[in-house]
Ligand binder design. Sequence first.
Ligand code: SAM
Length: 245
Amino acid sequence: MFKEGDFILIVYRDKKYLRVLREKESINVGKEVLKFKEIVGKPGGVKIGNFSVFKPTLHDIIMLGFRRKTQIIYPKDAFYITFRLGIDKQSKVLEFGTGSGALCAVLSHIAGEVYTYEREERFMKNATENLKRFSLSGNVRFFHSDFSDAQVEENFFDAAFVDVKHPQEHVEKVHYTLKPGATVGFLLPTANQVSELLKAIEDRFTDIEVSEILHRFYKPNPERLRPEDTMVGHTAYLLFARKVI
Ligand code: SAM
C-alpha cells in the first residue's frame, strides 16, 4: 500500500511521471488533477480517473528519476550487458566511467559488489546522489579517480565494463585485475573506436563478440498494429570478450 514518501509512477494516457508521494501535493495533466492524498493507502495499480499509479521499476527509475549529466547507457543495452557479462550476487564487478550511474544501477541490482570509477567530480557526485536517492548504492564502492590512477589487485574482479572514450589505453590494466576467464564488455559509439579496440585486445582476450541492439517500439493499437514512426537508430556498439592467460 502506498504511503507518504514512497516513489510513485503516474501513468496518464501515453505520459509517465515519477514523483515522491507527498499528501499535500498533486499533479495537473491537461485539465485533470490527481490529488496525492487519494493515493495514500491504495495498492500499486490503482486507477483514479484517467491516472494509474504504480511502484516504479528499475527501468522507470533510470529513465525518469535519474538526473543525467552525461550520456547514459540505455536499459536496452544495460540489461543485455549485465546478462552477457554473466554476473550474479557472488560477482565483484569493475566499472569505469560511472557517468550518471545508469549502468551502475543495473549492475548493483544484479551483482554482489560494484567498484565504479569516475574521473570528474561533478559526475561522480551526481551518480552517487542518483543511486542513493533510490537506495541502489548499498553494494557500490564509488571512486572519484581516473581509472589509470586506480590501485587495483591482480585477478580480483569477476567481470568488468568500460564506458570511456579511449578504452584501448586501459586494456592491460583491465586484464591484470580480472580473474582468468572473466568477462569484459565495452561500449563504443563509433565503428572506428571498435576497430582500435579490437587491435588492442587481441593478445589478451578471446571469445570476442561485437554487436549492437536495435529496439523498435510499436503503437499498441490492436486494429492498426505498426511500428512507431521514428526510432533511435543507433546508441552504441557493444564489444564483449574473455580474459585468457
Ligand atoms: N555508463 C555511464 C552511464 O550509464 O551513466 C555513462 C558514462 S559517460 C558516457 C563516460 C564517463 O567516463 C564520463 O563521465 C567521463 O568523465 C568518464 N571517464 C572518461 N575517462 C575516464 C577514465 N579514464 N577513468 C574514469 N572515468 C573516465
